[in-house]
Design a protein around this ligand. Structure first.
Ligand code: SF4
Length: 325
């Protein structure tokens, strides 16, 4: 396995849900709890899970948009949150970029595309004048747009083109690591594949490392080197993409994967969907022990008493479940 670029250790992120009369917090949304994983240089780590499972919070905490409540996140051995509050803040911020889910909301409607893509270059004092203009034109060409698009405004573009502008903006500062936070979920199906192909081309050209957060399990399998599954703020399974999809071990992963339609009609007719009963519990007051136990058909007494630890077995397949020895 290649070098570790991003190392997340025991990461927790809580948000205040309510306060008392004096303004002190009285309850918290436990968005992410005790999550640990690594992202290796040059790979794409996919993160999947239902809405509200904490996958976007993990991505935002890694790039420094949120401060961890507990735990650490480091990039090439350097603590990210110490660095972004110290004298090397700009150097660290250049290494970590983000592509947002909603290409409509993430671009300033009052700025031209040239200003949007050129803004990071100005903030990081990378180029100026004519050099900056030619760098912006070059970035637009790299993402499949034309230099003449630089003088237009975001509302003049389609959803797919706006996401390309977002990608050009993220690439402007030559980052090492990009969090792609559901970059295709707001796009038409026909455009999704184009954006994913563009991300793959840029990765092989620049050796980029991605954290790819998505709902679409088929697309995650296609783009990811490894896939991590989250449930209610906890990491429940992580393995190489093919291994996870062919041999899921955690009951939650099995249920998620059973929902993917199969292109072959004969196989699709035999597909047995595992329907999860009950609602996802509140992250303000999550279940004791295994967080999945209220919806797990294999739950036993031990599952309420003790949270299962992540255990790595054959094929580097890591699972948190008392059923897995
Ligand atoms: Fe189900 Fe228990 Fe495994 Fe959790 S630890 S997934 S409740 S069997």
């Amino acid at each position: 396995m290649s070098d570790v670029l991003i190392n997340v250790q025991n990461l927790s992120k809580y948000f205040t849900a309510s306060r008392n009369f004096w303004g002190n917090p009285t309850s918290f949304v436990r968005a992410v709890e005790n999550v640990s994983f690594q992202v290796y240089k040059g790979e794409t780590l996919g993160i999947v899970g239902e809405t509200g499972c904490g996958k976007s919070t993990v991505g935002r905490t890694i790039v420094g948009l949120y401060k961890p409540t507990k735990g650490t996140v480091s990039c090439a051995g350097e603590d990210i949150h110490t660095a972004i509050h110290g004298p090397n803040a700009m150097t660290m911020r250049r290494k970590l970029q983000m592509i947002f889910q909603d290409p409509y909301a993430s671009l300033n409607p009052r700025m031209t595309v040239g200003d949007i893509v050129g803004e990071p270059l100005a903030i990081h004092k990378i180029t100026s004048g004519k050099d900056r203009q030619s760098r912006v034109y070059g970035l637009l060409k790299q993402v499949g747009l034309n230099p003449e698009h630089a003088s237009r405004f975001p509302h003049e573009f389609s959803g797919g083109q706006r996401q390309r502008i977002g990608i050009a903006r993220a690439l402007a500062v030559n980052p090492e690591f990009i969090v792609c936070d559901e970059p295709i979920s707001a796009l038409d199906v026909s455009i999704q594949a184009q954006v994913v192909n563009l991300l793959e081309e840029l990765q092989s050209e620049y050796g980029l490392t991605y954290l790819f957060i998505a709902h679409d399990l088929s697309m995650v399998r296609h783009i990811s080197t490894r896939v991590a599954v989250m449930y209610l703020g906890a990491l429940v399974e992580i393995a190489a993409a093919d291994e996870l999809y062919k041999n899921p071990q955690h009951p939650y992963t099995k249920a998620l994967l059973s929902a993917i339609p199969i292109a072959d009609p004969a196989a699709e007719a035999k597909r047995q969907r595992i329907i999860l009963t009950g609602d996802v519990p509140s992250p303000i007051n999550p279940p004791s022990g295994c967080k999945f136990r209220t919806r797990c058909r294999f739950a036993m007494a031990k599952c309420a008493e003790m949270a299962p630890e992540l255990i790595t077995g054959a094929n580097n397949h890591t699972i948190a479940c008392h059923l897995v020895k």
